[in-house]
Design a protein around this ligand. Structure first.
Ligand SMILES: Cc1cc2nc3c(=O)[nH]c(=O)nc-3n(C[C@H](O)[C@H](O)[C@H](O)COP(=O)(O)OP(=O)(O)OC[C@H]3O[C@@H](n4cnc5c(N)ncnc54)[C@H](O)[C@@H]3O)c2cc1C
Length: 461
């Protein structure tokens, strides 16, 4: 054990420090097996004080720190520099308090998203953020990436759910404002700097989250549509008719729907036939069981008669609901044959999506005629996913990246709708952020972390 290893052990206990060859693969290789690193140390502190002491020690030793949550990030943000420290929040995983009167929850950063769902529900409350990786992803990671997910349309992104925050700065000082108040205009609201900072400004240790009343009724439908225009008209109709209850509107182009439902045929029947231009998976969450179900069904019936929907299936049980969501969400096995695949998470004005799709698809298929392209996404909030697989090969990633991101730039979108920049998109951030914006980001980074010790090599070009 090195002298730094001994000093770290003195802070967090020997069983919570791993060094060199003793570091498990899960701390070295990311979830997509795309980013590999050789950290010098893994440290698992158990409290804010221990995090602060580790950060101070790292600063003295001039070692950088990469905070790590549930490792579900997909842009390499949790990859440490070789020889540096991975600071895992996995032991700081408690839901500390649910305050039903204030409708808030205070949590440690390493609590999983699912744990917050369960604690909220046990108190008749609701934590609206939801995403496929809920069982592993942590609140600290969700805040650090400003996660989005399936219900942004109604409740916003993680930023909209954080009331109070505590973080350890690069110099080891603790900055804490664990307020439960929705309104706080006393000067700069510094917490927003940390939300979406991907570990580059400090370590998030605790947070106060805003909760909502627990919905008691849930309606889910899969709808087939003949064109993008009918899809946007249907989205607006559902939003207006359901009086704010529409919480998800996941759009799938036929390329995605046909491919995903085909790959799952062994497990479940295809919910609607292929052959339509687009499919939308929509969910409405409300408070009056019978009334909500009637309103949902009637609105969809009307949409059919107005030509906005070509075919509809409404889930009649939790099992049917899960089967509908599986087509959109259960993708690990579905996408496996396309490996090495390239996945994009871009955003743009909803109206620009069809042209974005046509242009990127034409360019990719002209250059790689064997490639498969699948388009889907949280389209209700302008977030589009594109998967390019097979027929391109790993070596062509940069070429495909450039094609896709130049079209994003043309439509003034963003190279990252929700996954963040991490390591993987650093060279493209300048396509959709101006030089002035990047200079401002760099000034903030330098002010908070002058020696570049917090997750270096991420976000900024
Ligand atoms: C199947 C699947 C589905 C997904 N769906 C979505 C989706 O719908 N929407 C979406 O937005 N994302 C989605 N993601 C991406 C991922 O789940 C999110 O980015 C999530 O917020 C990451 O949380 P984590 O705890 O796993 O963070 P990690 O992967 O451990 O870390 C992510 C970044 O945050 C930093 N970080 C982590 N914890 C802290 C902390 N305490 N303090 C400071 N920095 C920290 C890390 O350094 C790193 O840069 C999905 C991923 C998978 C695998």
């Amino acid at each position: 054990v090195s002298s730094i290893g001994q000093s770290l052990a003195a802070i967090v206990g020997a069983s919570n420090v791993f060094e060199g060859a003793g570091i498990e693969e899960r701390y070295r290789v990311d979830i997509m097996a795309k980013y590999v690193s050789t950290p010098g140390f893994v440290v698992r502190p158990g409290s804010t004080e221990e995090v602060a002491a580790v950060v101070k020690l790292a600063a003295q030793a001039n070692l950088s720190i990469t905070p790590l949550g549930g490792r579900t990030g997909v842009v390499g943000g949790g990859t440490a520099k070789d020889g540096a420290i991975v600071l895992s929040l996995e032991r700081m995983n408690k839901v500390l308090e649910v305050d039903a009167a204030s409708m808030t929850m205070t949590v440690e950063a390493g609590a999983t998203l699912q744990a917050t769902h369960e604690s909220a529900e046990a108190n008749g409350l609701f934590m609206p953020l939801d995403l496929g990786a809920r069982g592993s992803a942590t609140i600290g990671g969700n805040i650090a990436t400003n996660a989005g997910g399936n219900r942004v349309l109604r409740w916003g992104m993680m930023r909209d759910m954080v009331l109070g925050l505590e973080a350890v700065l690069a110099n080891g000082s603790v900055v804490s404002s664990l307020t439960k108040a929705l309104k706080d205009n006393a000067g700069y609201n510094w917490k927003h700097l940390f939300i979406g900072s991907e570990g580059t400004l400090g370590v998030i240790t605790r947070a106060v989250l805003r909760l909502r009343p627990l919905p008691v009724s849930s309606q889910t439908a899969l709808v087939a549509m003949s064109s993008f225009e009918t899809a946007t008209a249907l989205l607006r109709k559902m939003e207006a008719a359901l009086g704010g209850r529409l919480s998800s509107f996941e759009l799938m182009w036929s390329d995605f729907y046909d491919f995903s439902s085909e790959a799952q045929l062994a497990k479940r029947a295809r919910p609607l036939p292929c052959g339509h231009a687009l499919y939308a998976l929509m969910e409405s969450l409300g408070s009056e069981v019978a009334h909500d179900a009637d309103l949902f069904a009637q609105t969809l019936e009307q949409a059919m008669s107005e030509g906005l929907a070509s075919d509809v299936v409404i889930a009649q049980s939790d099992r049917e609901r899960d089967n509908l969501w599986a087509v959109r969400d259960d993708l690990t096995e579905v996408l496996r044959p396309l490996r090495p695949l390239i996945a994009y998470d871009v955003s743009m004005a909803l109206g620009d999506m069809p042209r974005f799709r046509e242009e990127t698809r034409a360019q990719i298929l002209e250059r790689f005629p064997q490639a498969t392209t699948l388009y889907y996404g949280h389209a209700g909030d302008g977030n589009l996913h594109l998967v390019v697989g097979a027929g391109t090969g790993k070596d062509q990633t940069t070429e495909v990246d450039r094609m896709v991101y130049r079209v994003v730039e043309k439509y003034r979108g963003s190279v990252s709708g929700e996954h963040g920049i991490g390591k993987g998109k650093r060279e493209y951030i300048g396509l959709t952020r101006s030089a002035q914006e990047l200079a401002l980001m760099q000034a903030i980074k330098t002010a908070l972390d002058p020696h570049n010790l917090m997750n270096p090599g991420k976000v900024l070009p």
